[in-house]
Design a binder for this molecule. Structure first.
Ligand SMILES: NC(=O)c1ccc[n+]([C@@H]2O[C@H](COP(=O)([O-])OP(=O)(O)OC[C@H]3O[C@@H](n4cnc5c(N)ncnc54)[C@H](O)[C@@H]3O)[C@@H](O)[C@H]2O)c1
Ligand SMILES: [Fe+2]
Length: 407
């Protein structure tokens, strides 16, 4: 009872967020798109006048040889480069502290992030720490940057998070197994290069999980109840592009056209959700990722159809899901809205199967269900303008349906 009252209070307070979100400006990075746009951006960083650049990345990408050409492009412009390649998936407070120390020791005047959402998010926080002097813990929450961060340039190597354009950076507390966000318009990078060549070697399972993360952003943003013509257009475009191109990119990593479409879809998904927010899928997956280390995209991909099944009969969500079905060519315009909505959910399940995402969350333990449901309901009721209220018992039931089937 107390918990439901607390959720009610969160939903009441959230109503006051809507006008604030509308008023807050949403800066956008300058975007370079196309093969070799990443080395082009690096040469321009030198031409912009930056002299000391810290590259923030992960060791896997260095080993794969993705970072060296970018480093050379910077050096060719007389830029002093230092490398911080200790980022691991789901960056933690200690890791960004180390990155901050590297930036200070190097006296960097700009940062280049090369990698997936983990490297980009870590770089965002490192850049914010340098100018604000704040610890990562002090930056968590809304609008905690008091000054512009160190100029940040980004080269995404996954097509999923859209972090190159969002106002958020996710950090993981390694002790409490919790994920939390830094949210501030000042955290948007100055420029981004969407260079599909860097994504060609991404293994199929990472392609699948990150691509489904992008789909989840677009779908959740589209179903939320703070609509906006621009975010709707970005969401629908992203959904269409992902259904058409994720199976191609998954089956043939070298398909440059599909890779570029996925990079753009991820960017569009980011544009949509940074304004219209995400929903229950992310609320569940943040806690599942924090607890078991399930990759963010994989956790979203598995959870998405279960959440859609729950919200599909809310009138607003049903109409929006029907529109998404028609956008991807599932069903005919004359069909009932509920039939079309159902078709879209089925197509999401089918896409998951096609790209090898399992139906159930193997890691999910029965004893953790109440704790995960509680955390997810707090996050969703507090932060996301979702189209249907989920009660704690319903959240627990949804998680139990997601557990592995008994042998
Ligand atoms: N800031 C935001 O708006 C936002 C949005 C969604 C998710 N996130 C966060 O982003 C993180 C997840 O990022 P992600 O899904 O992009 O994955 P990631 O950055 O964690 O990378 C996952 C793995 O893929 C490898 N990899 C990346 N690119 C590769 C390539 N081109 N070739 C081969 N291997 C490659 C990495 O080395 C790593 O091992 C999570 O912490 C999540 O919470 C942030
Ligand atoms: Fe996400």
């Amino acid at each position: 009872m107390m918990f439901e009252l607390r959720m009610l209070a969160y939903r009441f307070l959230k109503m006051f967020m809507k006008p604030v979100v509308k008023l807050v400006p949403q800066p956008r990075p300058v975007v370079f798109v196309g093969p070799d746009s990443a080395p082009r951006l690096c040469r321009l960083i030198g031409e912009f006048g930056f002299r000391r650049v810290l590259i923030v990345t992960d060791a896997v990408l260095v080993k794969l040889g993705l970072v060296a050409p970018l480093r050379h492009a910077l050096v060719s412009q007389g830029v002093e480069v230092a490398l911080f390649d200790s980022i691991l998936p789901d960056p933690t407070y200690p890791v960004v502290r180390q990155g901050h120390a590297a930036a200070v020791a190097h006296r960097s005047d700009a940062i280049l992030a090369v990698g997936g959402g983990s490297s980009i998010d870590a770089a965002k926080v490192i850049a914010a720490m340098v100018t604000s002097g704040k610890t990562p813990e002090k930056l968590l929450g809304f609008f905690r940057l008091t000054k512009p961060m160190l100029p940040l340039f980004v080269v995404p190597t996954t097509a999923g998070t859209g972090s190159e354009v969002t106002v958020a950076a996710m950090l993981t507390d390694p002790v409490r197994h919790e994920k939390a966000a830094v949210v501030d318009p000042r955290i948007v990078p100055a420029a981004a290069a969407l260079d599909a060549k860097l994504m060609q070697g991404m293994p199929p399972h990472i392609t699948a999980a990150t691509g489904m993360d992008a789909l989840t952003h677009a779908v959740e943003a589209y179903l939320n109840v703070w609509p906006n013509a621009e975010t709707a257009y970005h969401s629908i475009s992203a959904v269409r592009m992902i259904f058409a191109n994720l199976p191609r990119a998954h089956a043939n990593g070298g398909d440059l056209e599909a890779r570029e479409a996925m990079a753009l879809a991820s960017f569009y998904g980011g544009l949509a959700f940074t304004k219209a927010y995400v929903g229950y899928v992310h609320a569940f997956s943040h806690k599942i990722g924090g607890t078991y280390g399930v990759p963010h995209g994989q956790a979203n991909a598995i959870t998405l159809p279960y959440v859609l099944d729950f919200i599909k009969d809310a009138p607003y969500a049903e109409a929006r899901l029907a529109e998404l079905a028609l956008a991807i060519g599932a069903g005919e315009p004359g069909e009932s809205q509920s039939g079309l909505a159902q078709r879209f959910v089925e197509r999401v399940r089918e896409l998951n199967r096609q790209v090898g995402i399992p139906e159930r969350m193997a890691e999910l333990r029965s004893s953790d269900v109440p704790m995960i449901a509680r955390a997810a309901m707090i996050e969703a009721n507090r932060d996301y303008p979702v189209p249907k209220v989920m009660k704690l018992g319903e959240a627990e039931a949804l998680l139990r349906r997601m557990q592995p089937a008994p042998a």
